[in-house]
Write a protein that binds this ligand. Structure first.
Ligand SMILES: [Fe+2]
Ligand SMILES: [Fe+2]
Length: 148
């Protein structure tokens, strides 16, 4: 039976604590990856490798701003997270390997956040971020094969 477009009420309020907690986690992860990819670019002189990492680096900066804007639109409050500490790597390939997992975990987290958002524009923002992270996972998989 067709029930119209509003049959499923959005179960999460604008300031649902679980949603806000996940947005803070997302901002933390974006800031972490932004810092990590900068460190990784500094570990090599190979221009092709730097170009691949740079795509992800720039996107993470964009994503941080998008999550921050989303948080502010939902709460009216400014969100800022502390700069995370990084694991250190002696070999670039190990940092690349952990980045593949990090990107795939980000996709899982952001899909969860997308389910909790009601507005089309907000859901579209998450769709853009999720597809960026999938692209990063592909880029790092390529780099892993290249460095192996
Ligand atoms: Fe990201
Ligand atoms: Fe990413």
């Amino acid at each position: 039976m067709y029930m119209g477009t509003n049959w499923q009420a959005c179960p999460y309020g604008m300031t649902d604590n679980r949603l806000l907690g996940l947005l803070e986690e997302a901002m933390h992860d974006e800031k972490h990856d932004y810092k990590k990819y900068k460190m990784m670019m500094d570990m090599t002189d190979n221009k092709d490798i730097v170009a691949q990492i740079s795509h992800a680096y720039e996107d993470e900066g964009k994503h941080y701003g998008m999550f921050q804007a989303l948080y502010e639109e939902l709460t009216g409050k400014t969100a800022e997270v502390a700069t995370p500490e990084l694991d250190r790597y002696s070999r670039l390939i190990d940092a690349v390997k952990s980045s593949i997992n990090g990107e795939l975990e980000a996709v899982e987290l952001y899909r969860k956040i997308r389910f909790m958002l009601c507005g089309k524009r907000h859901r579209d923002m998450l769709y853009e971020i999720i597809t960026d992270e999938q692209e990063h996972a592909t880029r790092f998989t390529y780099l892993y094969a290249m460095l192996k």
